[in-house]
Design a protein around this ligand. Structure first.
Ligand code: TYD
Length: 145
């Protein structure tokens, strides 16, 4: 599976009408997990890089509900960059994906849906450590197939 297939762009359905737009995201339906946590990032700007970590347990969906930002996504082998610039689009990040969020517009509100409650211990914040962990993770994945 390519990185783009592992981390697909999600297009949400617009239930809006002449009164405005409405997007509904139900855990397990529009996204592939039950939502346990929601957080949002705003007041970042184009000089800031956030994220810079991978998560051993959490899956995420990132949505710019206002403004725009970019997400650089890698699994240590492939890399791709997504511009989040529409409230109706998101990107799904499974476990063990390294992400950097940057280039925030001044009006950016980046909404994050997570499959877990917060646990700082499941974060890998050192890239070399991530690459080592990925080698082990991939060989255990390959053994499972
Ligand atoms: P951090 O992981 O650096 O944010 P980002 O991924 O957006 O760059 O989190 C910043 C601080 O907030 C850090 O001290 C951990 C804390 N935090 C929580 O307590 N709960 C959460 O759900 C998140 C995402 C962060």
């Amino acid at each position: 599976m390519t990185l783009k297939e592992k981390c697909p762009i999600l297009q949400f359905t617009d239930l809006g009408d002449e009164r405005g737009k409405l997007v509904v995201i139900e855990g397990g339906q529009a996204i592939p997990f039950d939502i346990k946590r929601v957080f949002y990032i705003y007041d970042s700007d184009s000089t800031v890089v956030r994220g810079q970590h991978a998560n051993k347990e959490s899956e995420f969906v990132l949505i710019n509900v206002a403004g725009k930002s970019k997400v650089r996504i890698t699994d240590g082998r492939e890399e791709y960059i997504v511009e989040l610039n529409k409230p109706m689009m998101g990107v799904y990040l499974p476990k063990m994906i390294w992400k950097d969020m940057y280039d925030f517009s001044s009006d950016s509100v980046l909404l994050v849906l997570a499959s877990t409650h917060y646990d700082g211990k499941e974060y890998i914040r050192n890239y070399d450590e991530y690459i080592d962990a990925m080698e082990k993770y991939k060989s255990s994945e390959e053994r499972r197939v």
